[in-house]
Design a protein around this ligand. Structure first.
Ligand code: PNW
Length: 474
């Protein structure tokens, strides 16, 4: 593990931000003309989300956004990454915009700009209008066309105030957790559907990207990927092959079409028993390959794998949900190893070296592609204490996690990686998808009963880092 033994300075232009997502914080699920999304349906289906939690209320950001904007300003954030709920602005996923939904994001943007905070808006952070799922969701090519229409309408309505438009957050999660492992909405278990979703998400990025270029020529265009750092158990060729297959499915299936204009050739052979990829039509790859200004990367942890020898006991320990179905299509012969700790409350191993490795590998593969870390952070079991009548949340483990990972970003930058910013996940405790409210990622704590916000020690620490542009030594 890297240890920030000495203070580390970051360049003046480096952007310090924080990130959230609509369904995780807004609540107001049936207000202001918002239509239902696949996450409303999923979270209201018994057994899908821990404790039966839903995003109906979440942290009530829809009503408390002014207070949250003030906190961002006080923290000194240079940028705020949020997502627009498609079913709030275009209920049903087609037709004209819902003015009340647009008004919410319009007020949010005005509030950010008035406070000098750059808006980074994501068009899709997983809340697909339910009506589109009923027509096939991301397995249907039509959904990519609907997404282009949504993008055209909302970018035209809000465009000149958004600094960076991000088409998708983590299409890997949408495709593989939504359609293969089923731990995310819509909760399907169908490898062929997941691979079709991969392509239609990529296509939708290209179509929306073109619309953003036309309608908001001064904005930055980006997409956010959760890239995987996958290491082999041994130096055997079998284990190397396992790594390569997962790298193609998890990373290359997105980076390839986006930045190289082609899927990794091996991917077709590796998934041949599941799909013939006939959903890739002439001209799609040219559309997907639209240049982006900045590649968003989300990083949390690393993965270690081995090719199963067919005899030994299986050692499946994915740590990413308890589904019996794997998100990794056609990889039943690959074992996911228990990683050495320490771990976060998600059970994810803490490994800052993966951050450096990922940034350096990506910058080597795409030397002219600026990058930013659009998510990094950790869930821990925070302890709220009363100190002379003042509520305080001490979260030394989170400060330690953040320090080591931000240092790891600096190590990559020293070695030449072009990283423009860092967005901490997350500004507020929130609805952590299938884990409901049981996992807290925020640097601002939220009492889920009273909605009272309390800055954790990590928020004060981040405020000081932003003020000084300097990471203190541990
Ligand atoms: C990301 N995995 O989700 C999301 O962008 C956030 O909305 C989320 O709250 C955050 O990370 C923390 O989980 C992920 O299984 C969920 O590999 C699951 C995985 C990766 C990212």
């Amino acid at each position: 593990m890297t240890v920030p033994a000495a203070p580390r300075s970051f360049p003046d232009g480096f952007t310090w931000g924080s990130a959230t997502a609509s369904y995780q914080i807004e609540g107001a699920a049936t207000e202001g003309g918002r239509g239902p999304s696949i996450w409303d349906t999923f979270s209201h289906t018994p057994g899908k989300v821990l404790g039966g939690d839903t995003g109906d209320v979440a942290v009530d950001h829809y009503h408390r956004y002014e207070e949250d904007l003030d906190a961002m300003k006080a923290m000194g954030l240079g940028a705020y990454r949020f997502s627009i709920a498609w079913p709030r602005v275009q209920p049903g996923g087609r037709g004209p915009l819902n003015p009340e939904g647009v008004a919410f994001y319009s007020k949010l943007l005005d509030g950010l700009i008035a406070r000098g905070i750059k808006p980074v808006a994501t068009l899709y952070h997983w809340d697909l209008p339910q009506e589109l799922e009923d027509e096939g969701g991301w397995t249907a090519r039509e959904t990519a066309l609907r997404f282009e229409e949504y993008a055209r309408l909302i970018v035209a309505a809000l465009g000149d105030r958004v600094h960076t438009w991000t088409t998708f957050n983590e299409p890997w999660c949408t495709a593989y957790l939504g359609y293969a492992s089923g731990v995310h909405a819509p909760g399907r278990h169908d490898g062929a559907a997941a691979l079709a979703a991969v392509h239609h998400l990529n296509l939708a990025h290209g179509l929306a990207g073109r619309a953003i270029r036309e309608l908001a020529p001064n904005a930055q265009l980006s997409i956010t990927l959760n890239l995987h750092v996958i290491r082999p158990r041994s130096s055997s060729t079998d284990d190397a092959r396992a790594v390569q297959r997962l790298d193609d499915l998890g990373n290359g299936a997105f980076l390839g079409p986006l930045l190289d204009g082609a899927y990794p050739e091996r991917l077709f052979g590796d998934t041949a028993k599941t799909t013939d990829w006939s959903f890739v039509l002439d001209g799609d790859l040219e559309l997907i390959n639209i240049p982006i200004d900045v590649l968003g990367i989300n990083y949390y942890s690393t993965t270690r794998v081995a090719l199963w020898d067919g005899v030994s006991d299986r050692v499946m320990a994915d740590g990413h949900g308890d589904s019996p179905y794997s998100p990794w299509v056609d990889c039943d012969d690959i074992d996911f190893l228990v990683q050495p700790g320490p771990y976060t409350a998600m059970g994810w191993n803490i490994d800052p070296s993966g951050m450096t490795e990922l940034l350096l590998r990506t910058s080597k593969a795409y030397p002219h592609q600026p990058m930013m870390i659009t998510e990094n952070g950790a869930a821990f079991d925070d302890v709220v204490v009363d100190e002379d009548g003042v509520a305080r949340i001490h979260d030394p483990l989170r400060v330690d996690y953040l320090s080591r990972h931000i240092d790891a970003v600096g190590v990559a930058m020293d070695a030449g990686a072009d990283v423009r910013g860092y967005f901490l996940w997350s500004l507020l405790d929130n609805f952590e998808w299938s884990y409901g409210y049981s996992k807290r990622f925020g640097i601002i704590g939220v009492d889920f009963d009273t909605q009272v916000r309390t800055w954790k020690d990590s928020a004060l620490w981040y405020q000081e880092l932003i003020r000084t542009h300097q990471l203190p030594a541990i």
